[in-house]
Design a protein around this ligand. Structure first.
Ligand code: GTP
Ligand code: MG
Length: 472
C-alpha cells in the first residue's frame, strides 16, 4: 500500500520493484518457517575434554631475535592501522561530496525488519557491493549461531517449573523423566554436551569484543563460570553494533594487534571443532522438549542458523545471500547507507536512513524527516501476540499502529511518499495456521484488513493513492 504526492514516478517504480523482490526473498524462499515448535532434546556423547580448545601454546622466553621481530611486527601493525584510517577518511570525504538522488527513511519498531529490507535493496540493486560485504557478515553470522547455542545451553541448565503430575510431553516421555536430562551434575549425557560446547562461551566473548566492544565487561571469565556476556545474551539476544564503528572492515582489512594473535581465526577453529556437537544439540528431541518445557522462545533467526550449522561452522564458510539477510545486527542510533545503483539507472545514488527501533530512540528519528522523498514504514504483522521488550504492558502490533499514526501526523513528512510494508507475513501465516489466539480484531492471514479497519490510515495527505502490492 502506498500513499503518494509528487514523488518521482520512476523512483516509486523502483521502490515497488524492490519491495516485491524483498517480499519474495523473505517469504518465498525461506526454507524454514522461523516459528519453530520448541521440541528439543539431549544426546549421549563420550566425554572428550574438548573444553581445552585451542590447546595452550608454550610461552617462549623472548630473546634478542624475538624482540627485534616483535618491534618489526609492531611497526608493520602501525603502518597498516594508519593506512586503514587514511582510507576511511578518504571514503568519508568522497561520500560528503556526492549528492544523493533519493532519500529514503526506514521506520518501524525494533525487529520490524528495517535493516533486512535495506539488505534486500542492496541485493537487488547493488549486488556487487552486497557481495563485497559478504565476508564481513561471517563474524556476525557466527556470533548469531554461537549465541543461539549458548542461549539453549543456559536455558536448559535452569530447572524447569515443576510439572503437573503425569503430564505427557511428546514421544510418550513424561516431563519428570525429561527434567533429569537437564539437571546439572546428575551424571546425564546433556552435561557432557554442555561441557564440550563450553568453549563457545569464549567464542561469543571474542566475537562480541570484536564487533561490539562497548557491550562487554572488563573481565574475561574463566572456564566453568557463567559469563556475564552470556547472561546478557539470554536477556537481550541481540548483536548490537554502533553505526560507523567500521565493523565491516573486520575481515577485509584486519587490524593487527601487537601480538599478531588472530582471535577471529581461533574463533573459527573452535566453531568448526564444535560443529558436530552443535548439530547434535539442535537435532536432539530431548533438547527440544526441554526448551518447550521451560517455555523458551528463540530469536527469529536462530532456527535458521542452527539448521545450517554444519555449513556455517565449516572453516571454508562464506556467507550466502540468504544467510546475510537472516543475520541479526541490531541498529544503534541512525545509520546512513549510500547505495550506488548497479542493476537499474547505474550510477544513481540513493541514501537510506536506517533507524534504531527501540521505544526510547524514536525521538531521534525526527531530524531525519526533513527533505526525504519516501518513508517506508515496516509493521511486523507476526508480532500480534507479542509485547514490547521495552514495556511488557504494550502489545507490539498496537505499538506499530501508534507509531504509524504519529508519523502520519508529522508535517515534516507532508511531501514524502508513504509506503506501508506489512512484514513477517510468513511468520504470521505459520502462527495463524498453528491456531495461535490473538486479541487484535480484524486480523487475517493477509494482515491487510486489520490496517483497513483503522480510520486514520493516511491522514494529512493531500493526494492519497492507496495501492496494494503483492508478490508476483
Ligand atoms: N521470517 C522472517 N524474518 C524476518 C523478516 N524480516 C526480518 N526478519 C528477521 O527479523 C530479525 C530482525 O530484523 P532487522 O532487520 O534486524 O530488524 P530492525 O527493524 O532493523 O530492528 P532494529 O535494528 O532493532 O531497529 C532478523 O533476524 C531478520 O532476519 C520476514 O519477513 N520474515
Ligand atoms: Mg536495524
Amino acid at each position: 500500500m502506498a500513499a503518494t504526492n509528487g514523488f518521482n514516478a520512476a523512483l516509486r517504480r523502483r521502490l515497488t520493484d524492490g519491495l516485491l523482490h524483498t517480499w519474495q526473498g523473505i517469504t518465498g524462499s525461506l526454507p524454514h518457517p522461523l516459528l519453530f515448535s520448541h521440541l528439543f532434546t539431549v544426546c549421549f556423547m563420550p566425554e572428550t575434554g574438548v573444553n581445552q580448545w585451542p590447546p595452550p601454546s608454550p610461552i617462549l622466553a623472548e630473546g634478542e631475535l624475538q624482540s627485534a621481530l616483535r618491534t618489526q611486527e609492531e611497526k608493520e601493525a602501525k603502518r597498516i592501522n594508519d593506512e586503514i584510517d587514511r582510507q576511511i577518511e578518504l571514503e568519508r570525504q568522497e561520500l560528503k561530496k556526492r549528492k544523493p538522488q533519493a532519500k529514503i527513511l526506514l521506520l518501524g519498531q525494533s525487529e520490524a525488519g528495517k535493516s533486512t529490507l535495506l539488505k534486500n535493496f542492496q541485493l537487488h540493486f547493488a549486488p556487487k557491493a552486497f557481495e563485497a560485504d559478504g565476508e564481513a557478515w561471517r563474524a556476525v553470522i557466527h556470533l548469531n549461531l554461537v549465541r543461539a547455542v549458548n542461549f539453549i545451553l543456559e536455558a536448559l541448565a535452569t530447572s524447569p517449573p515443576p510439572p503437573p503430575p503425569s503430564v505427557a510431553v511428546s514421544s510418550n516421555r513424561s516431563v519428570s523423566s525429561l527434567s533429569n536430562y537437564a539437571r546439572p551434575n546428575s551424571g546425564n549425557p546433556f552435561r557432557h554436551l554442555r561441557m564440550r560446547l563450553s568453549p563457545l562461551r569464549q567464542v561469543e566473548l571474542i566475537l562480541t569484543r570484536r564487533l561490539c566492544p562497548e557491550s562487554l565487561p572488563d573481565q574475561f571469565p574463566g572456564d566453568g563460570e557463567t559469563s556475564t556476556a552470556s547472561k546478557k545474551t539470554i536477556q537481550t539476544g541481540d548483536v548490537t553494533v554502533r553505526a560507523r564503528s567500521g565493523w565491516k572492515s573486520l575481515n577485509r582489512m584486519q587490524r593487527p594487534t601487537s601480538t599478531t594473535h588472530d582471535e577471529l581465526y581461533d574463533a573459527r577453529q573452535i566453531i568448526e571443532a564444535c560443529c558436530e556437537d552443535i548439530v547434535a544439540l539442535w537435532a536432539d528431541d530431548n533438547v527440544q522438549a526441554g526448551l518447550l518445557e521451560r517455555d523458551v522462545s528463540l530469536e527469529d533467526n536462530s532456527a535458521y542458523f542452527l539448521e545450517c550449522a554444519s555449513r556455517i561452522a565449516s572453516s571454508k564458510y562464506l556467507p550466502e545471500p540468504n544467510d546475510i539477510l537472516r543475520a541479526r545486527l541490531q541498529t544503534i542510533g541512525v545509520e546512513e547507507h549510500r547505495l550506488t545503483m548497479e542493476t537499474v539507472d547505474p550510477g544513481q545514488e540513493w541514501t537510506f536512513y536506517d533507524v534504531e527501533g527501540c521505544r526510547g530512540q524514536r525521538a531521534a528519528w525526527a531530524p531525519y524527516f526533513d527533505d526525504v522523498n519516501a518513508m517506508i514504514f515496516l509493521c511486523p504483522m507476526a508480532n500480534f501476540d507479542r509485547v514490547l521488550a521495552e514495556d511488557p504492558t504494550v502489545n507490539s502490533l498496537l505499538d506499530s499502529f501508534q507509531i504509524w499514526k504519529t508519523i502520519c501526523e508529522s508535517k515534516l513528512l507532508a511531501d514524502a511518499t508513504f509506503i506501508l510494508f506489512l512484514n513477517k507475513m510468513d511468520l504470521l501465516k505459520v502462527k495463524l495456521n498453528a491456531g495461535y489466539r490473538h486479541n487484535v480484531n480484524h486480523l487475517d492471514a493477509s494482515g491487510f484488513s486489520v490496517w483497513k479497519s483503522l480510520d486514520w490510515q493516511f491522514p494529512n495527505h493531500n493526494s492519497v493513492r492507496v495501492k496494494r502490492i503483492r508478490p508476483r
